[in-house]
Write a new protein. Structure first.
Length: 452
C-alpha cells in the first residue's frame, strides 16, 4: 500500500503542475518541483524502523505540500516528501525478499512491481520477515549505527544533487559557460568517483559497514547490467510521466483532467508490459535477457516516434499508439530488472540489490529530467523571448493554458510550435537513454542464458 500511494501521488501532481505554478508564479522553475521529490528518494538507507518512519514523513509533508503558498515552499516541502517517499519506495522492494520463501520470489516481485500501477489483489503470503522483537535501545545501539554507510549515502545524494542542479540551472538562470554551472558538474563528477572509491574500500576492507552500492555489484557482470539498465530506464519512464501531461496542456490546450486522460495510454501500457514480462520470464521460462532487450527496443522505437510528431497544436491520433509502444517497453523492464536480482547475487545482497535497482531508477529519473529540461530551455527560451519581445511580455506569459489562450492567435500558434519542438527534443534525449539499455542488457549474455 505504501508503494502504491507514493507512486499514485506522482501522476496526480504532474497533471496539476501547470495550474499550480501558474497560480504561484515561476513556471520556469517547475522542473525543481519534480526534481526535488525525486532527489529525496536518494537520501534513504536502512530498513525495518526506517520503513514506518518513512511513511510518517511522507504523510506529514504531503499535507504540507498541499498547503504550500509559494513556489519556494512547494519545492522545499516536496523535497522532504521525497525523503519519505524514497523510504517507502526503496524499502518496499528490499523487504519483499524477506517476506516470502525463495521459491516464491518470482511470484512476489510481479506483485510488487504492479503496486506501482495498482494495488495488487494477490500477494504471496507464505514465509515471514526475520523481524525479532527488539527494544528501542537495541535498535539504536552503537553496533547498529556503525553498520550504516553514512558517507556513501551522503556522497550519492550530493553527487546526484550537484549534477541535477547543474543541468537544471544551465540556460535557465545561468548560461552554460558560467563558472557556477561548470563547477556544479565538475564537483558532481568528482563526487561520483569518490563514491566508487569509497564503496570499494568499505566492501573489501571494512566488512562491518553495509555499503550503499557494494563493490561486489561492479564485479558481477549480470548485476552491473541490471544497475545500468535501471539508470537508463529512469529517464524514459519518469520524464515521460512528467512531460507528456505538460505538453498536452501547454501545446494542445488540454485541461489538467483531460491531459491525465490523454496520458493514460502510456501509463496503462506499463502494467500490461509488466504482466507480459511475468508471463514470458516467470511462466514460459524464456531467458530474461530477451525481454530486457525487447523492452529497450520498444522504448527506443516508441520515444523516437513520439519525437517525430507534428510540431503543431493539433493532436494526431497516432500519438496515443506511440505512447502505448513506449509505455509497454518501460513496464517490461520495471518488472524484469527486479525479477532478475535475486538470481544473480548472493543471499546477503538480495534485499540491497533490489533496493539499489529501484533507487538508481528514481535517481536517474531526476538526472534525466534535469538534462531534458536543460535541452528544452536551451532551445525554447531564446526563441520565446524573441517572440514576446515585440509585445513587451515576459516568459511568465506562458506559465498557464489560460495565459497562452489570451495571446494573439498568430503569436499563440508560433509559441505552441516552439514549445512542441522543445518537447520533441526532449523525446530524442529520452530515446538515447532507451537505446543505451540495449548494450547494457548484453552484459548479461552468457553461454547458458539466465532464467528465473
Amino acid at each position: 500500500m505504501s508503494l502504491f500511494l507514493t507512486n499514485l501521488e506522482i501522476p496526480i501532481v504532474t497533471t496539476s503542475l501547470v495550474s499550480i505554478t501558474g497560480d504561484l508564479g515561476g513556471f520556469d522553475n517547475v522542473g525543481w518541483v519534480i526534481s526535488s521529490y525525486l532527489l529525496g528518494y536518494v537520501a534513504t538507507f536502512g530498513r525495518k524502523l526506517m520503513f514506518s518512519t518513512s511513511i510518517v514523513i511522507f504523510i506529514c509533508f504531503s499535507a504540507g505540500y498541499g498547503a504550500a503558498q509559494t513556489l519556494t515552499q512547494l519545492i522545499a516541502l516536496r523535497a522532504f516528501q521525497g525523503v519519505g517517499g524514497g523510504g517507502c519506495f526503496a524499502l518496499s522492494t528490499a523487504i519483499v525478499v524477506e517476506l516470502v520463501p525463495p521459491e516464491n520470489v518470482p511470484a512476489a516481485v510481479p506483485a510488487l512491481a504492479l503496486a506501482i500501477f495498482a494495488i495488487p489483489k494477490n500477494f504471496p503470503n507464505r514465509g515471514r520477515a526475520d523481524c525479532p522483537r527488539t527494544t528501542w535501545k537495541e535498535k539504536f545501539d552503537k553496533g547498529s549505527r556503525a553498520k550504516v554507510d553514512v558517507l556513501g549515502a551522503a556522497l550519492l545524494l550530493l553527487a546526484t544533487l550537484s549534477m541535477t542542479a547543474g543541468f537544471e540551472e544551465a540556460d535557465s538562470r545561468f548560461p552554460w559557460k558560467l563558472a557556477y554551472v561548470i563547477s556544479l558538474l565538475t564537483i558532481s563528477g568528482l563526487l561520483w568517483m569518490d563514491l566508487v572509491i569509497w564503496e570499494r574500500h568499505i566492501t573489501i576492507y571494512r566488512a562491518t559497514i553495509e555499503p550503499v552500492l557494494p563493490w561486489r555489484f561492479f564485479q558481477n557482470r549480470a548485476m552491473l547490467s541490471l544497475l545500468l539498465n535501471a539508470v537508463f530506464l529512469g529517464g524514459p519512464w519518469f520524464v515521460s510521466v512528467f512531460q507528456l501531461p505538460q505538453k498536452f496542456q501547454l501545446v494542445h490546450g488540454s485541461s489538467g483532467v483531460k491531459a491525465g486522460l490523454q496520458t493514460m495510454p502510456f501509463t496503462f501500457a506499463a502494467p500490461l508490459g509488466s504482466a507480459f514480462s511475468a508471463l514470458v520470464a516467470g511462466k514460459l521460462k524464456v531467458p530474461v535477457i530477451y525481454p530486457v532487450l525487447f523492452a529497450g527496443t520498444l522504448q527506443t522505437v516508441g520515444l523516437a516516434l513520439l519525437a517525430s510528431l507534428p510540431e503543431s497544436s493539433r493532436i494526431v491520433p497516432r500519438a496515443y499508439g506511440f505512447q502505448i509502444i513506449a509505455g509497454f517497453g518501460c513496464g517490461i523492464n520495471i518488472l524484469t530488472l527486479l525479477l532478475i536480482v535475486p538470481f544473480v547475487v548472493g543471499s546477503r545482497d538480495k534485499a540491497i540489490g533490489m533496493g539499489a535497482v529501484s533507487q538508481l531508477r528514481v535517481m536517474s529519473g531526476a538526472i534525466g529530467l534535469s538534462i531534458v529540461t536543460s535541452v528544452f530551455n536551451s532551445y525554447t527560451k531564446p526563441r520565446i523571448s524573441e517572440l514576446l519581445q515585440a509585445s513587451h511580455a515576459t516568459i511568465d506569459s506562458v506559465q498557464s493554458v489560460q495565459s497562452i489562450s489570451n495571446m494573439d492567435p498568430l503569436d499563440q500558434e508560433r509559441l505552441k510550435t516552439t514549445l512542441a519542438r522543445g518537447y520533441n527534443l526532449k523525446m530524442y534525449v529520452l530515446c538515447a537513454f532507451a537505446a543505451l539499455q540495449i548494450p547494457a542488457a548484453l552484459l548479461m549474455w552468457r553461454k547458458k542464458q539466465l532464467m528465473v
